[in-house]
Design a protein around this ligand. Sequence first.
Ligand SMILES: [Zn+2]
Length: 408
Amino acid sequence: MSCQNESKDGIAEEAPEEVKPVIIEEFGYVLNDYKVIKDTIQRGESFGEILDRHHIEYPEIYKIAAAAKDTFDIRKLRAGKPYTVLAKNDSTERAQVFIYQPNKVEYLIVDFTDSIQTKFGRKEVKIVEKTASGIIESSLSEAIESQNLNYILAHEMSDIYAWTIDFFHLQKGDKFKLIYEEKFINDTIPVGIGNIKAAYFVHKDNPIYAFNFITDSTKNVNDYYDEKAKTLRRQFLKSPIKFSRISSRYNLKRRIKYYGNRVRAHRGTDFAASVGTPIMSTANGTVTESRYKGGNGNYVKIKHNSTYSTQYLHMKKRAVKKGDYVKQGDVIGYVGMTGNTSGPHVCYRFWKNGKQVDPFRQKLPSAEPIKEHLKDDYFVYIGPLKEQLDEVPERYLETEVAANLSTD
Ligand SMILES: [Zn+2]
């Protein structure tokens, strides 16, 4: 026992230093000057009811509402959103300022101390660079969630590697490392993820680096390249749907019970997803068909160049029409079960020179590489980032860190 108070050994305790009041500022006000009431809007609660509770009379409330109306419609207060009332620090406890926070960063001030003034404000957002790593046990989202990392990171990774890694078939033991920016207000409250500066993903023992690099600073064009300055993009996305699973692959010898176990070739790849999930074009191209037809149901076909076309069947709703130009990743429709299908999915068909082929067996071309004259700058830029990535421990085992700390 070593942590006992020394005063019992007869050493006089020092007189406590005079406590200086801590000045607390928020929303541009010194909170110490007010009686501060922080609460959240209740369901069905109105602006008037809140002010009434804080000793503002109704004629005054109408005046405030009318004066604020050009900046803010007081009927738009949403249940569950936080608000702050700054009231007089005397026995009247009369409200003087009402502050509403529609989200974590922005706020609206209605100040009726003297005249009625309204203004919008934004909390200062601090960007902190962070690192993370993980090993896939069952799924990427599990690896992210088990470490209390922001779930957006899983989405960002699947975007960065959308062309190079099949995220529906991650393997146990696949791993990742990230250098990314996280945004905070008040130094502690996370409000989102910024740029993913660098990533490293090992899939089936193949490591793939990804570095975000600005290739045109005036237009703020940036993209991800590997450690050899090769683009991670391919001409085609691996899947027309984010986060789904393949329920049936391209298979010329497929047998179906329903048809008496006879061979019914499946020339598409089925991606199961719930009704309404957005379907993306897997590459840039022009819509050549968008219509309803028999077994296909609602479908869209896109011609990408003289060699390749893709086709998307069974949509609930189509979002493009014949002749439209679409970019890779654009939403062209929504998953449904129109036509000949037993459940909601998109049947993705990949045409090469007028014949349907298995997209997963094609050697598909890469997108544009990084420009030659940018390469030197690129290598200088990624040098320290790569070192930093390599030094990120393979996994933060928080429980182990905690155990080590407590043994001291
Ligand atoms: Zn199919």
